[in-house]
Design a protein around this ligand. Structure first.
Ligand code: HEM
Length: 464
């Protein structure tokens, strides 16, 4: 089941291999585990997880089964999806901030929302957003070109530009307040709810206050007020037939294809907040990691620049940039923005001889899967060529899952791939980044999404 491609060119030894926390060789005791899980959950994976198709263990959170066998992943996420619902821990962490939006809804409410929202994210609608994405990319390119010769906080710039894209695609007429204020509120919100709270791990009832959630409240309130105001204004424009065709209008006009009913205002609001929360840090982090990998691989950077320069001036079209896309996909293999998916077994099940008791957690972890020794050649090496169209077929299904799979697969997948490719093209047209010698080690921290622990500050070299 290995995804085999020719890794000999450039020489395998010269490949960039990012430094990441090494897997554990011994299990941690309860308190050490909880401390590590709160600080940086990716430090709790064990050597065996990267070598075996399935690992089941009893731990602080009860029984957890990690599945890395592609056939079993297919079974959990697709064939038996009804038996593996999103787990209570995830919902306890996400739902207070996101309301009952698509990411945290379950059962009939989720089915209704998914049916209603699917057309908004289909290929044609998403393609219609490419002008907005190119406009945000060109603006970023100009900003970066002005910073040539200086240091740039790359992680912050990527957060800004992905919010700019969301602002242009959700609210064409802009936000009533400063977009950076919305960005800061989102970051504060994710930081506060991000670390896993031990009270949630042990299933302590929701009426017991969590410090993280209390800290997140003002940011959550800010969100809600801004979005209320935007919905009211947009409804007025729709009534006059003057509304732009952006995500907000599409959400307010969306109808369930089976019943013809629309979403309630509350569901529209929950989904706007969900799109912003689910769509900006993930895409921003995938670009941040991509730029880091490129700064360490001059051959990949040169090949990318050649592709982008050959595309000529003006806006970019994703289908003409296969290497750009491959670079992003390979960076998402090594640094998946969502490092694990978790599910809870509704009824008893078994994977061969391994029992999966009702209520226990089953995980699929892109962080582990994408570096699994049974599934990838030279898994630690950054090799964008793996994802070129001519090699793609050798990547087995269910070995690469940055967007998940099955009924709950990321609804924003094509949106974010198109966005990341267009934005990276504008960045590479404007500047080349170098990591300064005094930069702290660039290592991944898992906080809801996977980001560089000490940020990413790089020197921008202008490209005329
Ligand atoms: C690189 C960028 C992104 C990554 C890596 C990513 C990853 C994921 C993953 C792994 C899931 C599935 C979670 C699970 O099965 O438990 C998911 C779900 C979701 N994503 Fe994304 N996402 C990205 C961008 C976006 C964008 C741009 C949007 C919206 C504009 C978005 C909206 C959603 C929503 C609403 C869901 C829930 C779908 C459902 O449960 O039906 N994501 N995402």
């Amino acid at each position: 089941m290995s995804a085999t491609i020719d890794l000999s060119e450039p020489k395998a030894a010269a490949r960039f291999r990012p430094t990441v926390p090494p897997p554990l060789t011994e299990p941690l005791g309860l308190f050490a585990f909880l401390r590590a899980a709160r600080k940086n959950p990716i430090t709790t994976w064990m050597d065996a997880h990267f070598k075996l198709p399935v690992v089941a263990a009893e731990g602080a959170m009860g029984r957890i089964t990690l599945v890395s066998d592609p056939a079993l992943i297919r079974s959990v996420l697709i064939e038996k999806a009804e038996n593996y619902r999103k787990d209570d821990l995830q919902r306890r962490v996400l739902a207070p901030g996101l309301g009952n939006g698509l990411l945290s809804a379950e059962g009939d409410e989720w089915r209704l929302q998914r049916r209603t929202l699917a057309p908004i994210f289909n290929a044609r609608t998403v393609q219609g957003f490419s002008d907005a994405m190119n406009a945000a990319g060109a603006r970023l390119g100009r900003r970066l070109a002005r910073r040539a010769g200086k240091q740039v906080d790359v992680a912050l710039e990527m957060t800004r530009v992905t919010l700019d894209v969301l602002e242009r695609t959700i609210f064409t007429h802009g936000l009533p307040s400063d977009p950076d204020a919305l960005g800061r509120a989102i970051t504060r919100f994710l930081e506060a709810v991000g670390p896993i709270d031990p009270l949630d791990v042990f299933g302590v009832p929701d009426f017991v206050p969590r410090i993280g959630r209390l800290r997140a409240r003002p940011a959550g309130r800010f969100f809600a007020e801004v979005v209320d105001e935007l919905i009211a204004r947009r409804k007025a424009l729709m009534a006059q037939g003057e509304a732009p065709r952006d995500l907000l209008t599409l959400l307010l006009a969306a109808q369930d294809p089976e019943t013809g009913t629309g979403l309630s205002d509350l569901a529209v609001k929950a989904n706007i907040v969900t799109f912003i929360a689910a769509g900006h840090e993930t895409t921003a982090n995938s670009l941040t990691w991509t730029l880091y990998c490129l700064s360490q691989d001059p051959a990949a950077q040169a090949r990318l620049e050649a592709e982008i320069d050959a595309a000529g001036p003006g806006g970019f079209a994703v289908e003409r940039l296969p290497y750009t896309r491959a670079v992003i996909e390979e960076a998402m293999r090594l640094f998946p923005p969502v490092p694990f998916l978790s599910r809870q077994a509704v009824r008893d099940d078994r994977f061969g001889r391994i029992k999966v008791p009702r209520g226990s957690l089953v995980m699929v972890a892109p962080w582990v899967l994408h570096r699994h020794q049974l599934l990838w050649d030279d898994p630690e090496a950054f090799v964008p060529e793996r994802f070129l169209p001519e090699n793609r077929d050798s990547i087995a299904r269910f070995t690469y899952l940055p967007f998940g799979a099955g009924p709950r697969v990321c609804i924003g997948q094509s949106f974010s791939v198109q966005e990341a490719v267009i934005l990276l093209a504008h960045i590479v047209r404007a500047v080349r980044f170098h990591l300064p010698a005094d930069h702290p080690p660039v290592t991944p921290l898992h906080r809801v999404t996977l980001r560089p622990e000490h940020g990413l500050r790089m020197e921008a070299e202008g490209r005329a």
